[in-house]
Design a protein around this ligand. Structure first.
Ligand SMILES: NC(=O)c1ccc[n+]([C@@H]2O[C@H](COP(=O)([O-])OP(=O)(O)OC[C@H]3O[C@@H](n4cnc5c(N)ncnc54)[C@H](O)[C@@H]3O)[C@@H](O)[C@H]2O)c1
Ligand SMILES: O=C(O)[C@H](O)[C@H](O)COP(=O)(O)O
Length: 374
């Protein structure tokens, strides 16, 4: 079997080499000609999988994306050819949620904000929105969920409408990019919604760039009294609207989900799906290939407070590292994609074993994702 894979899928050699002959490609530039002999195709989010890409291939039996998002896949076309398709739901939800936690703690430190009781509007209450809810609730923030699709499907959590979301101190977007239907998310934040934001609010987008109309956002921020902007995703990546950059507090090149664990989970989910399709028993776990974390344990001897939690979070991941690199390198040729390709190793909070004294709030750190040592 010939397995064609994006070269940015980590641990691919280790996981897939027993299943077939591996052929790596550059996700942004792969052509129909390159893929004509593929039996299985494994991509990440930058490859548009559609008729134009697969028109020269008559043997494809499997398509997988090692990502949560699926807006780059023409699923109708794949089903018209009876080609099974798999994504990696939830694979990097922790990574995105940890990015959001770091960004909010950075903002709170900069503006001397006590996060207790501050309101958060989470738009999209699926895997990632739920992980964000869990962590920010643990920090003492009052989180509201908006997800009309889940609400209509009978999810028993409490939901709010977009009007309530627009009144929150922090708004965090966790929806897929969709263009059809009553709840389409393309330009969910359009000129009208963006005008409602005030300078005390924080808008965080780690979902897809097109969920915010970037031109309307630029007009909005150029008119003054801008909200705080934390943007990981942009319209028209990798050729983003550079004029937005000076108005952002935190700006990154679509790496919120780029923890090593997050990317590795995506690889493992596809490995299992391909094994199942081939009738093979999965014999590998991607965790066996993960290196040890640079710092893997710490003892806390003081009472937990926002400042101490911030220090622990930033011992593992500080979003300012990625923001600094972004501002330095986005202007270089192919800067956006190179930053993603050369992304420095980032680990999740679970790699840090935290020892606490008696009566300390283990549940707070556990909810954030740290491992609590016995
Ligand atoms: N920046 C990154 O690195 C990164 C990483 C992972 C995922 N993502 C993006 O985040 C998105 C969400 O991830 P997830 O794991 O939570 O997906 P998910 O499918 O588990 O949840 C998405 C939720 O959004 C809801 N939704 C859809 N339209 C909505 C609307 N108009 N208003 C409110 N809710 C709506 C859905 O009902 C669903 O519950 C992904 O589709 C992907 O595009 C980005
Ligand atoms: O949808 C996702 O899972 C994320 O957006 C993913 O992290 C994007 O990374 P890429 O596939 O572009 O490497």
């Amino acid at each position: 079997m010939k397995i064609f894979l994006d070269s940015n899928i980590p641990f691919a050699q280790e996981m897939f080499s027993d299943l077939g002959e591996l052929h790596f490609f550059e996700g942004r530039n792969v052509t129909a000609e390159q893929l004509k002999d593929a039996d299985a195709l494994l991509v990440r989010s930058i490859t548009q999988v559609n008729e134009a890409l697969l028109c020269k291939n008559e043997r494809l039996q499997f398509v997988g994306t090692a990502t949560i998002g699926m807006d780059h896949i023409d699923k109708a076309y794949l089903s018209s050819r009876d080609i099974p398709f798999h994504s990696a739901p939830g694979c990097n939800k922790e990574s995105v949620a940890q990015y959001v936690v770091s960004a909010i703690l950075v903002h709170a430190e900069k503006h001397l904000i006590n996060l207790q009781g501050k309101t958060v509007g989470i738009v999209g209450a699926g895997n990632t929105g739920s992980a964000v809810w869990q962590k920010l609730t643990a920090l003492g923030m009052k989180c509201h969920l908006c997800d009309p699709l889940l609400e209509q499907a009978g999810d028993r959590r409490q939901f709010v409408d977009m009007k309530t979301i627009m009144e929150c101190d922090f708004i965090s977007l966790h929806v897929p990019l969709t263009v059809d239907g009553e709840y389409a998310t393309k330009h969910l934040f359009d000129q009208q919604r963006l005008r409602q934001l005030n300078q005390h609010q924080v808008l965080i987008n780690t979902s897809r760039g097109d969920v915010i109309n970037n031109q309307a956002l630029l007009e909005r921020v150029e008119s003054g009294s801008l909200p705080t902007l934390i943007l990981d995703v942009w319209e028209n990546e990798p050729n983003i609207e550079m004029a937005l950059l000076p108005y952002t507090d935190i700006a990154t090149p679509h790496i919120a989900g780029y923890s090593l664990e997050g990317k590795a989970n995506g690889t493992e989910i596809l490995y299992r799906a391909l094994c199942q399709q081939l009738g093979e028993t999965p014999s590998k776990k991607v965790s066996q290939f993960l290196p040890p974390a640079v710092v893997d344990s710490i003892q806390i001897n003081a009472e937990l407070n926002q400042n101490l939690v911030k220090s622990l979070v930033h011992l593992v991941y500080d979003v300012r590292r990625d923001d600094n690199i972004f501002r330095a390198e986005i202007g270089l040729p192919n800067g956006f994609d190179l930053m993603r390709k050369n992304y420095r190793e980032r680990r999740e909070f679970s790699t840090l074993n935290v020892s606490l004294g008696a009566n300390q709030e283990a549940h707070l750190l556990a909810a954030l994702g740290f491992t609590i040592a016995n």
